[in-house]
Design a protein around this ligand. Structure first.
Ligand code: SF4
Ligand code: SF4
Ligand SMILES: [Zn+2]
Length: 158
């Protein structure tokens, strides 16, 4: 568990609140990195037909609707009253914990761990790290965490 003193926490929240949402588009309020999402990658790489998807997604903050995961059920997120769930006094709420469990079992990632990391190092640094972490080791392209394959060269993650 990451431990952060109160002053650091409030500084961080203030910085995040002022941050341009577009700069952190791919960092979802729920702690998911949209750069690894099937809906984002299929749209960005022109693979909607191939992946059997209708519209795809432009990323959490720009899309501004309908990523069903956490936005649908939480007014705080829908109304942009918080930038990330860790700012919420109910963090991690039951919905978020449920989503976290789902991602842990299907994608081997923890949204709650991601959120604690963002809280500690800031969204911009976290995004840089995520981009590097999910870069394809074979071609340098983009790995989809849901399909566990590269959307550029079809390399498969173990
Ligand atoms: S569908 Fe959700 S997780 Fe995927 S890119 Fe859109 S906002 Fe991000
Ligand atoms: S942690 Fe708070 S902001 Fe995030 S989904 Fe739960 S209630 Fe909403
Ligand atoms: Zn690749």
């Amino acid at each position: 568990m990451v431990c952060i003193d109160d002053q650091d926490y409030f500084n961080r929240v203030n910085i995040l609140s002022r941050q341009n949402f577009y700069e952190i588009n791919l960092a979802g309020p729920c702690g998911f990195y949209c750069g690894t999402c099937r809906h984002y990658l299929a749209r960005a790489k022109g693979l909607l037909n191939e992946k059997n998807l209708k519209h795809g997604c432009k990323g959490c903050r720009i899309q501004d609707k309908d990523c069903a995961w956490i936005k649908r059920d939480c007014a705080l997120v829908r109304k942009n009253e918080i930038a990330f769930c860790f700012e919420c006094r109910n963090f991690p709420c039951a919905n978020l914990r449920k989503l976290d469990e789902r991602h842990l079992s299907s994608d081997k990632i923890s949204l709650i761990d991601n959120l604690l990391k963002i809280k500690k190092i800031g969204a911009e640094q976290w995004l840089k790290e995520q981009e590097a972490e999910w870069r394809c080791p074979k071609c340098g392209g983009s790995i989809c965490v849901m399909d566990r394959e590269c959307y550029d060269c079809s390399y498969e993650l173990e």
